[in-house]
Design a protein around this ligand. Sequence first.
Ligand SMILES: CC(=O)[C@@H](O)[C@H](O)COP(=O)(O)O
Ligand SMILES: NCC(=O)COP(=O)(O)O
Length: 238
Amino acid sequence: MTKLSVNINKLATLRNSRGGNVPNLITSAKDIESFGAEGITIHPRPDERHIRYQDARDLKQVVSTEFNIEGNPIPKFIDLVLEVKPTQVTLVPDAEDAITSNAGWDTLKHKDFLVDVIKTFKENGIRTSIFVDPDVQMVRGAAETGTDRIELYTESFAHDFALGKKEAGIKPFVDAAQIAHELGLGINAGHDLSLDNIKFFKEHIPHLLEVSIGHALICESIYLGIENVVNMYLDRLK
Ligand SMILES: CC(=O)[C@@H](O)[C@H](O)COP(=O)(O)O
Ligand SMILES: NCC(=O)COP(=O)(O)O
């Protein structure tokens, strides 16, 4: 069984675009859980352009499934996570000015740093996960940091899948997942997963514990819901 954690960054982007509090992230998170999602993911960025640090505190009060906070463990992120104490923290090495996450950790180069940060989180009862490319060396390095899980960075798979290169795209992920499992790591995955590619990914990746999906899921929700809403407006305008 693979858990679905819904990343609500995009709802925060929409809210921030108008000021105010629509859509309301608290109501949305509770509704998403009531529809069956098994987790809520947020990725506060240093500029707080979508999820704000205060959102993390507020969501902690209401999320009743798994709460996953992703981000680069800069000091203020570490402080936030230690204060909020989510179920899981996912460490992502994203630059401040990155539009979105664009690389996994070099777990060999940053091993000492990761060992320290992971120890701190685990001592505070927070499960840890490290965002990694599907590279066997990086997975082996991750195992040496003491992390509970890895999150496989699936952008390359999604890209290859869209080009019809399904088998070539999935192969490094199958190998990485196999090694991760042998090394005792739990396996999560995310980035650019969608209704188009998720079934194929799930069917090919052994021991997949959790996927976090945001951008595509929110876009699909708008597109698949828009006919219904247009008709609701037309009905009120009769
Ligand atoms: C780690 C990861 O892949 C996601 O957190 C993704 O980066 C979402 O972040 P944005 O919503 O800022 O693109
Ligand atoms: N960890 C990945 C995530 O939370 C969502 O990524 P995306 O679906 O917005 O690309």
